[in-house]
Design a protein around this ligand. Structure first.
Ligand SMILES: [Zn+2]
Ligand SMILES: [Zn+2]
Length: 353
């Protein structure tokens, strides 16, 4: 079976032949339908996220359950079910796992690797989703509602549910909130939809790509700022008479992360979605403290977020399919990452079966 392997930092991915994965007693074997092309994978390729190489990367998987391990009973998971992988491996015993915040697990187990036909082994980063098959713990998978095509469901387990975690748990959007979302890719456009659903107004979207701002308006933004043409902070303050109550940074960029803090009004909250690089992070104006602006971050999502988002989708209240603007065959995977970095897509997927 095929898998996309990262052999070295800053190298293209190589499609290689590997043995079908071993299915442990608590695992399900998933025949991969699609795997989203996400910036987090690109951070692994750049070495910004360290992992032992060679490794199969990819983490936004949808697919069909092919078989279940001997200990997977009573979970309502059966061969033939369409599922997404919505959470990562967890230890199940640390204080975070026990509190339902396994996204912060401090003792996360590492996925077992796969073998090439010649016997050499290849690690998996995260779940190693750019592959024909993945074996993952049954607790990581969630059944896809029938009204969502399996292919397009793939990135729900990452970008959509992470955006939900930001809007619901970090920002706790309430009546009267106004919002700013910087970065209108998959995460940002999902966040905009949740903000609309939660009743925020105005919802200001910012990006440097005009097509992405057009998309933001279709998905629920009320105003846009093209940050290549205007000063982002000034423009948002002008539009909202002094700043928004809740702001979101959906790029993982330190400059825009600082800007959302400056575009937040006194008493508000700025949420940085995704990761900034390790090392110093500069907040350009220290008066945010005297303005009682809180700054928060978001990592992944809680299992309850996945369940709630799938219910929102089942109810027909979220647009997922329209976010997908490109599909790639496995052998086009490097082209897919070039398009991601060039900002050519809203969401791109690799399709495996
Ligand atoms: Zn992702
Ligand atoms: Zn844990």
């Amino acid at each position: 079976v095929r898998a996309a392997v990262l052999t070295d930092i800053d190298q293209p991915l190589a499609i290689q032949e590997v043995e079908p994965p071993q299915v442990g007693p608590g695992d399900v074997l998933v025949r991969v339908k699609a795997c989203g092309v996400c910036r987090t994978d690109h951070k692994v390729m750049e070495g910004r996220i360290a992992t032992p190489l060679p490794a199969v990367i990819g983490h936004e998987v949808s697919g069909t359950i092919e078989s279940v391990g001997a200990a997977v009973g009573g979970l309502g998971l059966n061969p033939g079910d369409g599922v997404i992988v919505g959470t990562r491996y967890r230890c199940g015993r640390c204080e975070y796992c026990l509190a339902g915040r396994e996204n912060l697990c401090r003792a996360r187990p590492v996925a077992s690797g796969v073998r090439r036909p010649d016997g050499t082994s290849v690690n998996r980063w995260n779940i190693g989703g750019f592959a024909d098959y993945v074996a993952v713990p049954a607790y990581t998978v969630f059944r896809v509602p029938p009204n969502l095509p399996l292919e397009e469901a793939s990135f729900v387990g990452c970008r959509v549910t992470t955006a939900y975690n930001a809007v619901k748990n970090s920002a706790a959007i309430a009546p009267g909130d106004s919002a700013l979302v910087v970065g209108c890719g998959g995460v940002g456009l999902a966040a905009i939809q949740f903000l609309r659903l939660f009743g925020a107004y105005p919802i200001v979207a910012a990006d440097i790509v005009a097509e992405k701002l057009d998309a933001a308006m279709r998905f629920g933004a009320s105003h846009t700022v093209n940050a290549s043409e205007a000063d982002l902070v000034e423009a948002v303050r002008d539009l909202t008479r002094g700043g928004v109550t809740k702001s979101f940074e959906a790029l993982g960029n330190s400059k825009t992360a600082d800007q959302i803090i400056q575009a937040t009004r006194p008493g508000g909250r700025a949420t940085i979605i995704g990761g900034l690089r390790s090392g110093p992070f500069v907040i350009s104006d220290g008066t945010f403290a005297m303005r009682e602006i809180s700054v928060g971050g978001v990592a992944l999502r809680r299992p309850t977020d996945v369940i709630e988002v799938l219910e929102i989708i089942r109810a027909g209240r979220l647009e997922i399919s329209a976010l997908v603007t490109a599909r790639y065959r496995p052998e086009q995977i490097n082209e897919a990452f070039e398009d991601l970095e060039a900002g050519r897509n809203l969401v791109g997927l690799t399709v495996w079966s």
